[in-house]
Design a protein around this ligand. Structure first.
Ligand SMILES: [Zn+2]
Length: 183
């Protein structure tokens, strides 16, 4: 599952401002003139957004009877694209927090969570397994140099994470099975 954190942040901005300022301070501007909105506190913002994202992911997993595979959160941090002001203020704790929220809400809902090896999820082909830095044409585009499989880079990476989650879960449930990681 691919999550667009940036979009959710944008959607909540006006709501948050309205909640914090039920009675807007008086201004000297003329009616109809744009008044600069106060920036919400980025940490509270990230926490609220993480709750929304985690809730949606767990609800979708519960609804469809699936588990959730999570990769090392620094890997997610490297792929998520944020606009400049957020890039400067959001740190890895926000992504660690998202993982904790997902794990907590999933446990409460009885949804299975599997941690997977984050290595090369963005460079590996989710169709044939071929790993090549050049598979990643640019930030958004994946095209396999070996089999030609192509798609959005985040979607391909998410497929890799899902495949590893399934393999990891199978290994846990079959103690005698080969536990080697599937790339
Ligand atoms: Zn391939």
């Amino acid at each position: 599952m691919v999550v667009s954190a940036g979009r959710l942040v944008g959607d909540k901005r006006s709501l948050r401002c309205a909640q914090r300022h039920p009675n807007p301070p008086p201004t000297t501007s003329f009616p109809g003139q744009a008044v600069p909105a106060e920036e919400p506190h980025p940490a509270r913002f990230a926490t609220d957004t993480n709750h929304v994202i985690a809730k949606r992911i767990v609800a979708e997993a519960e609804r469809t009877g699936r588990g959730i595979a999570l990769e090392n959160l620094r890997g997610i941090r490297g792929r998520v694209r944020l606009r400049k002001p957020q890039r400067a203020t959001l740190h890895s704790w926000a992504f660690d927090q998202l993982g904790r929220f997902i794990a907590y809400k999933a446990k409460r809902a009885g949804v299975l969570v599997v941690q997977v090896d984050p290595a090369y999820t963005s460079q590996a082909c989710s169709a044939c397994g071929h790993v090549d830095r050049n598979n990643r044409m640019d930030q958004a585009t994946f095209q396999c140099r070996s089999c030609g499989f192509a798609g959005h880079a985040d979607w391909n990476a998410a497929r890799n994470i899902a495949l590893r989650g399934v393999a990891g879960w199978a290994a846990v449930n079959q103690p005698n099975a080969d536990r080697r990681r599937v790339a």
